[in-house]
Design a protein around this ligand. Sequence first.
Ligand code: GDP
Ligand code: MG
Length: 744
Amino acid sequence: MRFALAGNPNCGKTTLFNSLTGATGHVGNWPGVTVDKREGVYKKLEEKVSIIDLPGIYSLSPYTPEEVISRNFILDEKPDCIINVVDATNLERNLYLTTQLLEIDAPIIIALNMMDEVKKSGRKIDSKTLEKELNVKVVEISALKNQGLNELMKAAYLEAKRERTGYSVLENSRIGKVIDETKEDLKHKGISSPLFHAVKLIENDEIEIKAHPEISIGVEELKNKEPKDEFNGDYEAIVADLRYKYISSKFSSVVVKSEKEETLTKSDKIDKVMTHRIWSIPLFLVIMFVVFHLVFSEDLLFLNSIFGLEITSEGWINFLTGMGAEVDELTGEVAALAGIPSPGVFLQNWMGFATGSLIDLFRSFMPEGTWYTGLICDGLLTGLDSIFSFLPQILLLFLFISILEDSGYMARVAFIMDRAFRKFGLSGKAFIPLLMGFGCSVPAMMAAKTLEDEKERDMTIRLTPFFSCGAKAPIWAMLAVAIAGSFLGDIFVFSIYILGIVVAIIAAIIMKAFNKNYEAPPFIMELPSYHAPQFKNLMAHLWEKLKHFVIKASTIITAAIILIWFLSNFGWAFWNGMVDDIEASILASIGKALKYFFYPLGWAQGVDGWKFSVASVTGLIAKEDVVATMAQLGLCDDAGESIAFLMTNSRIYAFAAYNLFTFPCFAAIATAKSESSKKAFPITLLFWFFGSYVISLVVFLVGLLFEASIILGILIILVIIGLIVLGLYLLKRRNTKALKAKNA
Ligand code: GDP
Ligand code: MG
C-alpha cells in the first residue's frame, strides 16, 4: 500500500513523514527536477505502507513544478490514500487545497495537524462539524509531539480499502450546471476523476485543455451562455472566489477563538511592531547588525570603541578572548586588545589556535626542504587551515539566520520589502529566493523557479550572488581582521551585506526601467504565525551546512589548493624543478598580466597586487578559495593579520566589493545558465563582469576621498544617495504617467 502526504508548504508534512517512517525514510529527487522526493515505510499496520511526502502546494493548478509533481502523482500513480495534512492554526487557507483534493476520485483523509499549538493558544476546533461538512474522516494530530499518529494511520488504512467518488463544494454554486455537464462529457469518454478534470477545464487549466481539446470547446460554449458578472468571464478567478466564499461561510465558525484572541493574537501583536510602516526597515537593519556584531565584533561590549578602555591580553583574559598573550617582538610589551570579543571571534580564535598548533605539530615530523613537505605543509595545510579557522564563525552566522528563518521573521522581511518596492513597480516575491542566497546561490536560483514571470525570474537569478553566500563569509571574516581599527570588523561585514542588498535593489529598479512592459505580478502571501525555532531543526540546518562545507573542502577546494601550489612553485619550464622565488613562478606571470586589468581598482596596485588578482580569480572555483589562495601566497596568516600592512581600508573595501559582485562560483554559474532564459544568460554574464568592476572602482575612489578627508567622503556619499533618490523619483513619476496613460 502507498499513502501520499499532500498539503500546503510548512503545514508539517515532512515532520509527519519523519515521525511516521523513522529511520526508513530517504530523500531523492523527482525525475527531471530538483524538488526533494521523500519516501519511507510505516510498519505499525498489518501490512507495510510506503509513505510519500509530496512537495508543498497551495493549489493543484499547473504553475509551479511542485504543483505539477503533486498533481501528476495523485492522478497518475493513484496512491491508496491521500493524507491531506492541514495546519489547524491556519485552517481556512489550508482548506482551499482540500476543496480541490476532494474533487478527485480517491480515498482521502484529513490530518488536522498542529493541534498542540491550537490547544496551547486556547482555541477550539470543532472537527466533527468539519468532518460532516466535508464528508471525509478528520483526525486531530500533532506531528511534532507524536500525538494521534496511530489513529491517523488506522483511519487511513480503513479508508484506503473503500471506494470514494469525488465531490465538489462548487456543485451547488452558480456554476454547478456547467460543472455537471462537463463532468458527464468526460465520464462518457471513460476518464477517471471526471469531476476534478471538469473543474480544471472550466478554470482554463492549460494541461487539461491540451488533454481534452474537443471538450474544452464545448465548455467555452457553455460558459458563453452564462450571464456575465464582475469577473468578466475569468473562470479561474470565479472558481477561486467561490471556493473561498464557501470555506469562509461554512468554516469560520468551526474555529472558536480563545478569549484573549478575541482582541489580538500574539503573532498579530508582534507584527504590529515588526511590520510597522515606518519602523520595520530600521528594525530589520538593527536585527541584522546585532547578528553581525555577535559574530564578527572584536569589541562585544564596546569597551574600547565607546569607552576607550584598553585590555591587555594577560592572565584570565586570555581565555575570554581566546587570543593568547600577544607579545610585541621589539619592545617585549604585552599587546593591548580591542576588547572582549564576540562569541564568533572567540570561537574563531580558538579554532585558529587549535588548527595552527596541529599543523605545527605535523610539520615537526616532516623532513625539511623536500617538495612534498612544501606541498603538504605550505600548500594544503596552510590553505585548508585558513578556511577551517573561520568555520565556527560561519556556523554561528548560519545559526542566527536559521533562527530568523524558522521563527517566521524572514517571511516578514519579504513582506516589508514588497510593500516598499511595489512603489517602484517591483514585487517582493523575488525576495524569498534572494534571501535564500544568504545561504548558497545554487538553491536560491533554483527557488526562482516559483516566480511565474520570466523576466522577473531572470532578474532574480542575476541578482542572487549579491546576497552574500556562506562561502563568501570567510573572505569578509578575514578582511574584517585586516581592516584598520579592527574593532570595526562587525561594521565592515554588516556594511558589505547591506551594500549587496542595496546594489541589488538599485539594479532591479534600473533593469525595470529598461523593461517598460514589465509589471510586478501580484504578491499574495500569508504570513505564517511566529514559532519558537525548534532546536532539532536548527541543529539539522547546521549539520547540513557542516557536511556541505567538509565535502567541498575535501574535494574541489583541495584540488584548487594543489593547483595553486603547483603554479606558484614552478616556472613555465616546470621540468627544471621548483623555483626559489615565487616571482618567477607561472602563477606570478599570470597574476602580473591580470594585475593590469584590475589596476584601477586599487587592490591590484603594489608589489603584492598580482596575488590579490589571482586570489579573486580563484574564487570562480569556490569562493572559499579566495582566502585559501591568499594564505598560500602569504598575504595573510590564518587570522588575516599581515594583510593589514599591505592594504589601506579603501583597497580592502574595493577588494571586498569586487568579490561580492563578480561571477559567483562555477556551480552557481551553471545553475544560472540552466535556470534562466536563453536570451538573458549572456547578459547576466556581462552584467556580473562589468558590474563588479564598476562598483569596485567606485568604492575605491570614494574610499580614497574618505582617507583624504572624512568630510569630503561623507559629502560624496550624500551626493551619491541624492542622485539615487532623484533617479528613483523620476522613475516613479514616469511609471505613474505611463500607468495613467494606460488606464485612460
Ligand atoms: P512541510 O513544509 O509541510 O514539510 O513542513 P515541516 O514539516 O517542515 O514543518 C514546518 C514547521 O512546522 C516546522 O518548524 C515544524 O517544527 C513545525 N511543525 C510541524 N508539525 C507541528 C506540530 O504538530 N506542532 C507544532 N507546534 N509545530 C509543528
Ligand atoms: Mg517539507
